[in-house]
Design a protein around this ligand. Structure first.
Ligand code: HEC
Length: 160
């Protein structure tokens, strides 16, 4: 009697272990490279380079802004945020702008607008927590655009 209940317990343990293994391989599957299903923006290599350059300026600005917020140096926060505001938009050539879907452009515009607002508030309110909240909300837009779009440029145009 004792022996059989022991073997039942053993069998149960075995089952539980198998379950754990199955769960692990299941989660490993989830981490396997998945096809990129984001919408494609088909651009020329120089257009792609221009957008990516703007993106790196965003990242650079966000980096500098967090440093200024940590000090805190609100005048610097305002200046850095203004640099990422609407004045950046005019640098996009009309031909490129015309190729971008409206939803993409609107998201981009709203990010620039929000940086202008962050600049205004950093100057007038001088409140680190308020600015960080605004920055966090804006970064959410970076995240959602990146989740939706990718850029593809024809390979033949690569000059080597
Ligand atoms: C309207 C859409 C949009 C918004 C908003 C946006 N990005 Fe991007 N970003 C893109 C796309 C599209 C790419 C290219 C992704 C790809 O092809 O895989 C990109 C690429 C990048 C890259 C890579 C640059 C490189 O040289 O490869 C960085 C860094 C980046 N974004 C930072 C940011 C930051 C920071 C923000 C917010 C402040 C932001 N982006 C907001 C669309 C956006």
């Amino acid at each position: 009697m004792k022996l059989s209940s022991l073997s039942i317990a053993g069998a149960w343990l075995c089952l539980a272990f198998n379950h754990a293994l199955a769960a692990e391989s299941h989660s490993a599957l989830h981490h396997a490279p998945a096809p990129d299903t984001r919408s494609v923006l088909a651009l020329e290599p120089d257009e792609r380079a221009m957008i990516l350059e703007e993106m790196r300026m965003f990242l650079d600005g966000v980096h500098k802004m967090t440093g200024a917020l940590a000090k805190p140096d609100m005048a610097a926060v305002a200046e850095i945020a203004r640099g990422m505001g609407q004045k950046m938009v005019h640098e996009v050539p009309p031909a490129l702008r015309a190729k971008l879907p409206q939803a993409f452009r609107q998201l981009g515009f709203s990010v620039h607008r929000e940086f202008d607002q962050i600049a205004l508030d950093a100057g007038s309110l001088q409140n680190v927590s308020h600015s960080l909240n605004q920055l966090s909300a804006t970064l959410q837009k970076c995240v959602s655009c990146h989740a939706s779009y990718q850029i593809q440029a024809p390979i033949h145009a690569d000059s080597h």
